[in-house]
Design a protein around this ligand. Structure first.
Ligand SMILES: NC(=O)c1ccc[n+]([C@@H]2O[C@H](COP(=O)([O-])OP(=O)(O)OC[C@H]3O[C@@H](n4cnc5c(N)ncnc54)[C@H](OP(=O)(O)O)[C@@H]3O)[C@@H](O)[C@H]2O)c1
Length: 225
């Protein structure tokens, strides 16, 4: 399996890469810094390949060309990179520049990347897209706070639903996954181990043919939208 993970240099993305590489995947460990991608691939070992990828870059043609040239296809895309868990603000007074910036990375980045990589995913026998989301985006459970983050992840969930419907006929499974509260730089101390958060993402990335699509999951179990 040829698998690409965004934001793979630390946190959950790094652990997802580690677990998938251990399962025998060729993992393109991407990071916005080439150096970070290279260090991560070196540390993770196995069949990991470093690639520079900033999901906010307007032009992703170089990434596509590189994947195409090396493998001619992509099997799994894990949209993991995200920013701005804005615990310091509330919707009533939110800085909309911060909201817009979060959407660039958390929503438009994955959206553009999926569009760009779709021709390569269509060449896979078992294509999968996992959008790493958060229960904070559940409209059913929506409260106040972290407005930039929540709005961007709600958008990502909507994108997941639309793409799943549009790509169902092509056999591309598209799901949103919440890793739970995980002890990373973003999650802070107190969350569960990163391996546990990553496992639910790996589950969605390796679903069998005929598996669910257009769903929202944590630990392989459905979450309310
Ligand atoms: N941790 C939690 O409790 C929790 C809970 C629910 C959902 N999530 C979700 O899980 C995912 C991973 O979170 P995490 O806790 O591992 O976060 P993290 O520790 O803050 O790591 C974020 C990763 O995203 C990368 N990134 C940020 N902007 C990028 C860009 N423009 N292009 C490429 N990469 C970029 C970072 O790279 P740099 O090193 O270059 O900054 C880093 O590798 C996110 O989607 C997050 O929303 C996390």
């Amino acid at each position: 399996m040829i698998t690409l993970v965004t934001g793979a240099n630390r946190g959950i993305g790094r652990e997802v890469s580690r677990q998938l590489a251990a399962a025998g995947h060729t993992v393109l460990v991407t990071a916005r810094s080439a150096k970070a991608a290279e260090e991560t691939a070196r540390e993770l070992g196995r069949d990991t390949v470093p690639l520079r990828l900033d999901v906010t870059a307007a032009d992703l043609a170089g990434v596509v060309a590189e994947v195409d040239e090396r493998y001619g296809r992509l099997d799994i895309l894990v949209n993991n990179a995200a920013i701005t868990y804005d615990t310091w603000q509330r919707a009533v007074e939110a800085d909309l520049d911060v909201v817009r910036e979060a959407a660039e990375t958390n929503l438009y980045g994955p959206w553009r990347l999926i569009q760009t990589l779709l021709p390569l995913l269509r060449r896979s026998e078992h294509p999968r897209i996992v959008n790493v989301s958060s229960e904070a985006a559940s409209l059913t459970n929506m409260g106040g706070g972290t407005p930039a983050y929540n709005a961007s992840k709600v958008g990502l969930n909507a994108l997941t639903r639309m793409l799943a419907a549009e790509l169902r006929g092509d056999g591309i499974l598209v799901n949103a996954v919440c890793p739970g509260w995980v002890a990373t730089d973003m999650g802070g101390p107190g969350g569960r181990p990163v391996a546990d958060g990553a496992a639910g993402i790996v589950w969605a990335a390796t679903l069998p043919d005929g598996g669910p699509t257009g769903g929202f999951f944590r630990d392989g179990r459905p979450l309310p939208w």
